[in-house]
Design a protein around this ligand. Structure first.
Ligand code: TRP
Length: 441
């Protein structure tokens, strides 16, 4: 294993530690901010169904494969792939998976940090009761004011990036990982409380039918692509994060059951976030397709009339920012681990990459197009492509026997099923969705 990589403890003390840490990387803005807003933009039910299908059919099997490559490789993604390629006499070009992953992580962080900054702004607004007691329309308008205030976004984005840089530079990501293990269950409890509020005060049944009644006429090629892209994004899949985490998994722990647990928790949180936000959307006359501001327009409406809303609002958005922090660390860490292996010192690597991400964030604040493009290209193209290549590498290069040695805990039948998915179904599935979005089929 790489000694320089301090993402987590050298060897997981237990399977549960792996599950908690990987869930910490997986659960973030993707679940609470992105999922509800893109589900709203893409018509609800059919999109949600596609997303769930992609988690099950592509996400979980490929995540098992990526974790396996990580546990076997025990290196940063680039060198892990080089090592694997060498061991099976495949081309060194397979390290492209790692290189593209490092690039994707950095590109995601460029806009991710801006959104985390919005969460920080709402910690501030909640704590100072600035929206408490205001009419819903004014609260929703508050987000538009923030979108137009580049200076303020710049300030929060800078604070968030500085925090991320500091943590990875000092190599104290382990401590954050530990803290997250307590804070994430707290976030989940707060979310459940909000769900209760939305059930009591929102249009709950309308929200459920929006989210779970599938109107397949809404499934255009692009909608399917976005659903697949989000499945990868929310699981932190296809770019080496899972590989890095997998490299610290003990040899005797079962990868499939751990991954299924992580995927289940991640999906549960996204669905609860959606079931909380949409009842408030419909009750306050907002549009489901309100775009990236959806979370920040709706939840403050709930906090504004809730008992101790300023306190719960500040707590909730702070926990969202912390969830984003544990994800942002996992976005930048593969790049840092790689640079360290190339001889760059950790502090220089962290500051350099963070500065680069910060500049990208500044561009996304000033130009929505940069923000949108970074999101679209990474989630919908780079991550699924990374996942496709991981599946092809495991299915066709590593092969059946070597994979079976790594994943020996499950029954032969289940293993065969997984292997068929990895060798044929997952690569084909990603290709078909790519082709459909390009209008080729
Ligand atoms: N999954 C995280 C979220 O939902 C974001 C994230 C962290 C990520 N690490 C990643 C996305 C690696 C893609 C790849 O917020």
């Amino acid at each position: 294993m790489s000694e320089t990589n301090t993402l987590q403890t050298p060897t997981w003390t237990s399977r549960w530690t792996f599950i908690m840490a990987t869930t910490g990387a997986a659960v973030g803005l993707g679940n609470i901010w992105k999922f509800p807003y893109i589900a709203g933009e893409n018509g609800g039910g059919a999109f949600v169904l596609m997303y769930l299908g992609c988690i099950l059919l592509l996400g979980v099997p490929i995540m098992i494969a990526e974790t396996m490559l990580g546990r076997k490789g025990r290196e940063n993604p680039v060198h892990a792939m080089l090592k694997h390629a060498r061991s099976v006499d495949a081309s060194k070009a397979w390290s492209f998976i790692g290189i593209m992953g490092v690039a994707a992580g950095i590109m995601i962080l460029m806009y991710y940090s801006v959104v985390a900054g919005w969460a920080l702004e709402y910690v501030f607004q909640s704590a100072t009761s600035s929206y408490i007691g205001k009419p819903s329309a004014d609260i929703a308008e508050g987000f538009s004011t923030l979108s137009a205030d580049t200076g303020r976004q710049l300030m929060w984005h800078s604070i968030f990036m500085a925090g991320t840089a500091l943590i990875v530079a000092l190599g104290v990501t382990k401590g954050i990982g530990k803290a997250v293990n307590i804070l994430m269950p707290m976030l989940f409890l707060l979310l459940l409380m909000l769900l209760g509020y939305a059930y009591e005060n929102g249009e709950f049944s309308q929200a459920l039918s929006f989210m779970f009644t599938a109107d397949f006429s809404k499934l255009t090629g692009d909608v399917v692509l976005i659903a697949m892209g989000h499945a990868f994004f929310t699981l932190s899949l296809g770019m080496g994060t899972v590989m890095v985490y997998g490299s610290y998994m003990p040899q005797n722990a079962s990868i499939p059951s751990a991954i299924i647990t992580v995927a289940f928790l991640d999906t549960l949180i996204a669905l609860v976030a959606g079931m909380t936000i949409f009842p408030l959307v419909f009750a306050s006359g907002l549009e489901p397709a309100s775009g990236p501001g959806l979370l920040f327009k709706t939840l403050p409406i709930a906090f504004s009339t809730m008992w101790n809303g300023a306190f719960f609002g500040a707590g909730f958005f702070l926990l969202v920012a912390i969830a984003a922090l544990s994800s942002s660390i996992s976005l930048i860490e593969p790049g840092i681990a790689w640079l360290e292996k190339l001889g760059v010192n950790r502090i220089a690597a962290a500051l350099g990459l963070a500065l680069f991400c910060w500049l990208g964030g500044v561009a996304s604040i000033y130009t929505t197009e940069v923000f949108d493009k970074l999101d679209y290209i990474t989630a919908n193209i780079m991550l699924p492509l990374g996942g496709l290549l991981i599946a092809v590498f495991v299915g066709w290069k590593l092969g059946f026997t070597r994979s079976r040695k790594e994943i020996s805990e499950i029954s032969g039948g289940l293993f065969n099923l997984w292997f068929v998915v990895i060798r044929f179904i997952a690569p084909l599935g990603v290709l078909i969705i790519f082709a459909k979005s390009l209008g080729l089929i």
